[in-house]
Design a binder for this molecule. Structure first.
Ligand SMILES: Nc1ncnc2c1ncn2[C@@H]1O[C@H](COP(=O)(O)OP(=O)(O)OP(=O)(O)O)[C@@H](O)[C@H]1O
Ligand SMILES: [Mg+2]
Length: 267
């Protein structure tokens, strides 16, 4: 029997009491799974992760409808630190690391006060198990890291919080494909060896569906398609939609649907 860790029901999020960014989405993330939330610019992916992690208030946004359940508890109005303590950790889209602190300092800051020395060492060991390169970069200033190293440090900073649910926003942004592949492999390892559940947000379906078990596609604040990663990879709409992206023409999912329909009906 599968065990659901997170459920979102008919969630609506509004910025500045004016802009509805998420319009009644429903989704579920089972324990130990990697779930992908896909979609193009402005679809509402980051907003959804902010709602789960509690960071909406910083952007003057509010959950106006619906519910978020984590381990059976309602969390849609919780503060970020409460959610982190309960095991929900976000690797944000921007400002992933402290640029003026060293790598080692970046990894100390997120560990809660009162954590025992033994537990601190255990968490540090985890970092170097999954990201051995960070050992050699211990004294490097965060701001001087390469994009790939910075993303590694961001994932490591999340790992020292001992997440149950790891939320990763745009892992692949601005990185070379070979670097992205390496990071994906590590994420898959983290899930396999630590049993951490992962919700990954990506514009790139090829990236996210490589490691995900299940995926949701968002557009204009709504979920327009969902299914197993295998089904989504083979889905003609996804292929056409993302092929559209590859050719540089940013067509929306809905436009592709309309295009397909018009071809079926009139072509
Ligand atoms: N701080 C903000 N204030 C007002 N509107 C916002 C704010 N942040 C996001 N929005 C709006 O909410 C909608 C969803 O944005 P969101 O950042 O969640 O999209 P996204 O799917 O993460 O896009 P991207 O792939 O570009 O990161 C967009 O229309 C955006 O303009
Ligand atoms: Mg985003």
């Amino acid at each position: 029997m599968t065990n659901t860790l997170l459920t979102i029901e008919k969630l609506e999020v509004v910025y500045h009491r004016a802009v509805t960014a998420v319009q009644g989405i429903t989704l579920a993330v089972d324990t130990g799974r990697i779930v992908a939330l896909l979609g193009t610019n402005g679809a509402g992916k980051t907003t959804t992760l902010r709602a789960i992690s509690g960071f909406l208030g910083l952007d003057d946004a509010r959950v106006t409808e619906g519910a978020i359940n984590f381990k059976g508890e309602r969390i849609e109005n919780r503060l970020p630190h409460e959610n982190t303590r309960r095991g929900i950790v976000l690797v944000p889209e921007r400002d992933k690391v402290f640029p003026n602190l060293t790598v080692a300092e970046n990894l100390v800051v997120p560990v809660p006060r009162g954590t025992t020395a033994i537990e601190r060492r255990r968490r540090e060991a985890l970092v170097y198990q999954f990201f051995p390169q960070l050992g050699a970069l211990r004294n490097r200033i965060g701001g001087l890291l390469s994009g790939g190293e910075r993303q590694m440090l961001a994932l490591a900073s999340a790992l020292v919080c001992r997440p149950e649910l790891l939320l990763v926003d745009e892992l692949s942004l601005g990185l070379a494909p070979v670097v992205v592949d390496d990071l994906l492999r590590r994420l898959a390892e983290i899930r396999r060896e630590l049993g951490i559940t992962i919700l990954i947000v990506e514009q790139s379906a090829t990236v996210a569906l490589e490691i995900a078990d299940y995926g949701y596609v968002m557009e204009n604040g709504r979920i327009v398609l969902d299914g197993t990663a295998e089904r989504l990879r083979r889905h003609p709409d996804i292929q056409e939609f993302y092929l559209g992206l590859k050719s540089g023409e940013r067509r929306s999912y809905r436009e592709v649907k309309q295009y397909r329909r018009s071809r079926r009906w009139y072509g």
